[in-house]
Design a protein around this ligand. Structure first.
Ligand code: BDR
Ligand code: CA
Length: 299
């Protein structure tokens, strides 16, 4: 299987990407989403990540017609998006000339059933691809999304960042009849947190990538403690990638998704379980399995 990662890196996106690459996920391209940080910062950070990973995977940004969302999350991801880490602006890597949505369409037509798109940020790029090629679902079959909220015991939805940044895009994506869509919710990403001690120890690791993870994670860990009361690193995006590496980490159930795209409750997402559906939502996870794969990768 080949993968496109659509991402707004961001601390947990960066860690997710490195988790995937270190475990040989066959990534054929990155498309840059706007969410956690402004697009130019996403671009800079992805180049830094590729430097650390010593990879040379193609990178595509959204077209000029993309709405640049003003709602970013430096409060969680730090001024430049990689926590307290600071890097110069002199990276020589190049972004491709063609746009994210065109790359998604082209790759979907070329690889069909052999391609999965993993969306770790707001869904603007995938929605733009659908607008441009409304029959995209005939080619692109597999979509994995980090976003939305769902708690089987208490169905009260709350606002989740990736949906709330671009609810119109989410509405388009969740209204498209893709054959296989898996949704990893925010609840699962918080439940799968990695203990604070473990992350702090990574900052002394002999392994460069693991140490990088430890250093950038500190800021997001502080955010998680303040906002969710967890003593550790929340991992919405890394859990999403881990569930691809090992499909037994998350349990999914068929569901119906309703995005409120207009009005006062704009950005709220309502998920109900169904008997059968092409869309599946995460309902539970094996925390230990997730932590094992995280700790085997970063140590
Ligand atoms: C999502 O929003 C961002 O904070 C994270 O990168 C993740 O994709 C969680 O709601
Ligand atoms: Ca993200």
């Amino acid at each position: 299987m080949k993968y496109i990662i659509d991402t707004d890196p961001g601390i947990d996106d960066a860690i997710a990407i490195m988790l995937g690459l270190k475990n040989n996920l066959n990534v054929i391209g990155f498309t840059l989403a706007t969410g956690n940080i402004a697009p130019e910062k996403s671009e800079k950070n992805l180049k830094i990540i590729q430097d650390f990973m010593e990879t040379n995977i193609k990178m595509y940004k959204g077209s000029h017609s993309n709405k640049v969302n003003l709602k970013t999350a430096e409060y969680a991801h730090g001024k430049d998006g990689l926590g307290y880490a600071v890097f110069p602006n002199n990276n020589k890597r190049k972004i491709e000339k063609s746009y994210a949505e065109d790359f998604i369409i082209k790759a979907a037509k070329k690889y069909k059933d052999d391609l999965t798109i993993i969306c770790l940020g707001p869904l603007t790029n995938l929605a733009n691809a659908i607008k441009k090629e409304p029959k995209l679902y005939n080619y692109l079959k597999h979509v994995v999304i980090m976003g939305t909220t769902f708690n089987p015991e208490n169905s009260e939805p709350y606002m989740e960042f990736n949906v709330s940044v671009d609810p119109e895009a989410a509405n388009i994506v969740y209204s498209t009849p893709f054959q296989d869509v898996k949704i990893v919710t925010h609840e699962i990403g918080i439940k799968s947190y990695v203990e604070k001690d473990y992350i702090q120890n990574l900052t002394n690791s002999e392994d460069l990538v693991s140490r990088f993870v430890g250093v950038i994670a500190i800021k997001y860990m502080e955010f998680c403690e303040d906002h969710y009361g967890i003593i550790g690193l929340g991992t919405p995006d890394p859990t999403t990638i881990a569930a691809i590496l090992d499909p037994t980490i998350i349990e999914f159930k068929p569901c119906k998704v309703n995005i409120v795209a207009k009005g006062k409750k704009k950005g709220v997402c309502d998920i109900t379980l169904e008997n059968s559906s092409n869309f599946q939502v995460s309902v539970d996870l094996n925390v230990e399995k997730f932590r094992n794969i995280f700790k085997k990768t970063f140590k």
